[in-house]
Structure formats: structure tokens, C-alpha cells
Design a protein around this ligand. Structure first.
Ligand SMILES: NC(=O)c1ccc[n+]([C@@H]2O[C@H](COP(=O)([O-])OP(=O)(O)OC[C@H]3O[C@@H](n4cnc5c(N)ncnc54)[C@H](OP(=O)(O)O)[C@@H]3O)[C@@H](O)[C@H]2O)c1
Length: 272
């Protein structure tokens, strides 16, 4: 379905590059099907050079060309970008509008784009850049299953894809979009433990990262509850239960759960 679809990315920073890089790597789209924008001419130039995709600073021209417009600017920049597109009639052809901005509702996006475009709210994460990401999509009031199917084609090559109701999107942001940063801290801390015990830093990081990857894949591949998988590792009177008790003394569960709760609340305030 993406065959011959023209896709615009307005805003081409970390996430714009992630999506363009993932799409090109997947072979699902050709560079000529993509156009991007940035705020500054210098970043547009380096994006074009690095990604091999046309990039300019003219949002209206690029949006008017596209069948699908992906908004990848910061939440605070969404209102003025949509206002500019509206004023210049760049959405008259009613492209599918996909916003990845944290905390910006489909109702706001519909209103700010003149109410005619089908709108999807998507939340990818940075591991999309290596095809191991997670993207969740929610439909706006004028979007249908065919629009979700198009979004699935765009984001599936970048990792897993799920459709949820919009009420969950701030929580998705706090869990799977902010989550990689939380996991990097955990991986670094686990590696610190190895370094404290004499492992070289690079070895400790490799061990911690590969172990995290394997544990995560066990959860997804087996479908077992994480508690059951934990029990499989935990021999009575062994070293793992000793470590687990240290984690519980540090209130690891409530710290992590509260981390996601707080990040989700802040995500909900970003679009206001
Ligand atoms: N980072 C994440 O992990 C993540 C995950 C999921 C969703 N998101 C969402 O993705 C969006 C982008 O985040 P990011 O981390 O990619 O931000 P970023 O790296 O700061 O990139 C923002 C991009 O927007 C461009 N820009 C700013 N104003 C513009 C305008 N008026 N017209 C066109 N382009 C404009 C910037 O261009 P210049 O560089 O020239 O200023 C830059 O290319 C945010 O809404 C965020 O909520 C981020």
C-alpha cells in the first residue's frame, strides 16, 4: 500500500532521522517517496546529505506534495506548524496526518488542521532506528482502519506495532517512548556492579546489555509472566535471591512504577 505514496516528515531531528532511516533500510519506500523539513537551512542540508532524502525548510511546500504528513516537531512547535500549513492551504488535499508529538491530542490536531484531514497519533521510540522499536497508534475521529493499516506499513519495519485507544497514549509515552532512557540507566548501573567486582567496563556493559536483551526476549517469546521467569532463575538460598532482596530493600518496584507514572503525567502536559 505504501507503493507510490509520498511521505513528508515535518521536523527531522532524532525521531525524523529514526523513521527515515528505518523506512529506507526496510526497502519499503524509495528515497524519492520521502521529503523532509527542518527549521534551519543548515540542518536541512546535513539531513539531505546524510540520509539521501530531499530536505528543506518549507513545510507548506513539502506537505502539499505529500499523501502522508508525519509531524515530528516538538509538541510546542505543533500549533505554529499547523497554523502555517492551514494559512498556506497546504492541507487542502486532505493528506493523512500522523503526529508523533508527546501529549498532543487528535482533537487538537484535527482542530488545528482545519478538521478535514484524517489524523493518527503515533508514539514510536528511539530503538526504531535499529528495527527493534515499539510504536503505538491511536485513531482520531476521521481516521479509519485503512489509515491505521498505512501507519502499520510505515512503522512495522521499525519494530513492533500496536493500535490502542487514545486514552492510553500519555502512558505509552511514559512507558515505551521514555523507557529506553530508564533502561540505559539500569544497564549502566548493573555494569557498575560488574566493574566494582573487577570486570573491565566494556565487558560489563556488554554483559548487562545482552542479558537485558535476552531477558526481554524471554518475556516476549515465552509469553510467561515475568514473575514466573524470575522464579526460574531463583534457586533457594542461592545468589539470585540474595540480589533480589537487595533490589526489594531499594524499593526497585515502586521506584520504576512511579517513574512511569510520573513520566506519563508529564507527557500529558507537554501538548498544553
Ligand atoms: N526523542 C524521543 O525519544 C521521542 C520518542 C517518541 C516521540 N518523540 C516526539 O518526537 C518529536 C520530535 O522529537 P525529537 O527528539 O526528534 O526532537 P529534535 O531532535 O529536537 O528534532 C526536532 C526537529 O524539528 C525541527 N523543527 C523545529 N521547528 C520546526 C519547524 N517550525 N518546521 C520544521 N521543522 C522544525 C528541528 O529542526 P532544527 O534542528 O533545524 O531546529 C528538528 O529537526 C517530539 O514531538 C517528541 O515528543 C520523541
Amino acid at each position: 500500500m505504501l507503493n507510490n505514496k509520498k511521505i513528508a516528515l515535518l521536523g527531522s531531528g532524532t525521531m525524523g532521522k529514526t523513521i527515515v532511516g528505518g523506512l529506507l533500510k526496510s526497502g519499503k519506500v524509495k528515497p524519492a517517496q520521502l521529503r523532509a523539513t527542518t527549521r534551519r537551512a543548515a540542518t536541512a542540508e546535513s539531513f539531505s546529505r546524510d540520509q539521501g532524502v530531499a530536505c528543506s525548510t518549507d513545510n507548506a511546500e513539502v506537505a502539499a506534495w505529500a499523501d502522508i504528513v508525519i509531524l515530528c516537531v516538538k509538541p510546542k512547535d505543533i500549533p505554529k506548524v499547523l497554523q502555517d500549513l492551514q494559512a498556506k492551504g497546504a492541507l487542502k488535499h486532505k493528506p493523512l496526518l500522523i503526529s508523533i508529538a508527546a501529549g498532543v491530542s487528535t482533537a487538537f490536531l484535527e482542530d488545528a488542521s482545519g478538521g478535514a484531514c484524517p489524523v493518527l497519533r503515533a508514539m514510536p521510540n528511539t530503538p526504531c532506528s535499529i528495527g527493534r522499536g515499539m510504536t503505538v497508534v491511536a485513531k482520531g475521529s476521521h481516521a479509519g482502519d485503512a489509515h491505521v493499516a498505512l501507519a502499520k506499513e510505515i512503522f512495522s519495519p521499525l519494530g513492533r506495532f500496536l493500535e490502542l485507544e487514545e486514552k492510553h497514549m500519555d502512558t505509552v509515552t511514559g512507558l515505551s517512548a521514555s523507557g529506553p532512557a530508564f533502561m540505559y540507566i539500569i544497564i549502566e548501573a548493573l555494569a557498575d556492579g560488574g566493574v566494582m567486582r573487577g570486570l573491565p567496563r566494556n565487558v560489563a556493559i556488554e554483559l548487562a546489555a545482552q542479558m537485558t536483551l535476552g531477558a526481554a526476549e524471554m518475556v516476549l517469546a515465552t509469553g510467561k509472566h515475568p514473575a514466573a521467569l524470575k522464579d526460574d532463575v531463583t534457586t533457594p538460598a542461592g545468589c539470585t535471591i540474595a540480589g533480589i532482596l537487595a533490589l526489594e530493600d531499594g524499593r526497585i518496584r515502586s521506584v520504576l512504577a512511579r517513574t512511569v507514572e510520573l513520566a506519563s503525567k508529564v507527557a500529558g502536559e507537554l501538548g498544553k
